[in-house]
Each structure stands twice: as structure tokens, then as C-alpha cells.
Design a protein around this ligand. Structure first.
Ligand code: HEM
Length: 178
């Protein structure tokens, strides 16, 4: 589903021609014909994004962040209950590790999911730490941004990288209501 969404985004934001080009120029064990229920190696996604970056001159990190925002809307269209159960960004985000991804694992038994840890040092601040065996901190950032945009809340995000894409801290602060 992540792969079909990605190619859909490339088609919408660029063109079908670019979709064909990036598939042809990547060395994909799957051959590039994805289904929404299949499981594919993350190296295929990295190759597709790198190819797209070369063709569009847009940095990989920007493309992955934009994709994360797009993917968020796709995921909640498929699974609207997660939005219905949470009335705010902080409540939603704090459910990702202990509940949403747990449910995801039941629905998609092959899913490989990252781990998140949470800290709430003071009211109005949530620190969400990402750790994965795969380098998708940019995707996490895009998904968090997608979540903030979806709820329409005024939240500021600062990111601290803990290594090359497999670990990062996102410090989220609610704007003060005056
Ligand atoms: C803002 C909230 C969320 C964040 C920050 C987040 C973060 C991530 C990240 C970064 C990955 C990539 C894998 C990795 O890093 O190792 C991932 C994978 C995934 N997430 Fe989430 N996620 C969020 C919400 C959701 C929701 C709402 C759903 C579905 C209802 C979902 C379903 C999935 C699925 C299916 C995968 C793919 C697993 C695989 O590749 O095998 N996530 N998530």
C-alpha cells in the first residue's frame, strides 16, 4: 500500500511518464508491479526515491517528507477509526506505538514497523523519539506533519537527528493560546 501510494503521488504531482522512467531505471526485484497488499523490500522504495530525485532535482529528504504527508491522508482514509478515536494531534501521536502500529501488525503481518518513545516534560510539549532498523526519519517527519495538518492545530516541530536517518527526536510544542 505504501508503494502504490508512492507511485500514485508521483503520477499526481509529476506524471505517468516519470513513474515509468523511475521504475525502468531502478533495479527492482519485484519488477515494479506493486499491489496494495503485497510486501516489498525497503531498498526498492529507496531506489525509486533516488531516481525521482535525480529526475526532478528535488532532494531525497524533501521528496520523502512530502510523501509522508500524502501517505498520512491515505492511511487514515483506509483506517478512519484512528482519527475518530483521537481528538487531538498529541493524543493521536501517543497512540501510534502502543496501539496504531500494533493494530497495523495484525492487519499486515509482514509489516516492519519503527519504535516510538514519548516524553511529556511540560504541558503543551510532546517529544516523540523515532528508532528503526531502516532510515525513514524523513518519512516519520512527513507523517507527523500530515497529522498536524489534518487536525489543523498550531504545533511547532523541531527535529534532532540522533543518527543517519534511523533515529531522531521530534520536539512538538503547542502554540500558546492568547
Ligand atoms: C503520524 C503518525 C505515524 C507515524 C509518525 C508513523 C511512522 C511510520 C514510519 C516512519 C514508518 C516506516 C517504517 C520504518 O521507519 O521502519 C511506518 C510504517 C508503516 N506505518 Fe506508520 N506511522 C504513523 C501512523 C500510521 C497509521 C495511522 C497507519 C495505519 C493505519 C500506519 C501504518 C503503517 C504501515 C502499514 C507501515 C508500513 C510497514 C512496512 O513497511 O512493512 N502508520 N510508520
Amino acid at each position: 500500500m505504501v508503494f502504490t501510494s508512492f507511485l500514485e503521488m508521483v503520477e499526481n504531482k509529476f506524471s505517468l511518464h516519470i513513474v515509468d522512467q523511475i521504475i525502468e531505471n531502478s533495479d527492482l526485484p519485484s519488477g515494479g508491479s506493486y499491489t496494495s497488499v503485497g510486501t516489498y523490500g525497503h531498498h526498492e522504495m529507496i531506489q525509486l526515491v533516488v531516481q525521482l530525485s535525480q529526475r526532478t532535482n528535488i532532494p531525497v529528504a524533501d521528496l520523502v517528507r512530502t510523501f509522508g504527508e500524502y501517505l498520512f491522508t491515505q492511511l487514515i482514509e483506509l483506517h478512519p477509526q484512528f482519527i475518530q478515536e483521537n481528538s487531538s494531534v498529541f493524543s493521536f501521536l501517543q497512540k501510534v506505538d502502543s496501539y496504531i502500529h500494533v493494530e497495523v501488525r495484525k492487519l499486515y503481518p509482514g509489516a516492519e514497523l519503527p519504535a516510538f518513545e514519548y516524553e511529556t516534560p511540560v504541558p503543551g510539549t510532546l517529544i516523540m523519539s523515532y528508532r528503526s532498523s531502516r532510515p525513514f526519519a524523513d518519512l516519520a517527519e512527513g507523517l507527523i506533519n500530515g497529522c498536524i495538518q489534518y487536525y489543523g492545530e498550531n504545533i511547532n516541530m523541531v527535529r534532532e537527528n540522533l543518527d543517519e536517518g534511523t533515529a531522531a527526536r521530534f520536539i512538538l510544542t503547542e502554540a500558546e493560546v492568547k
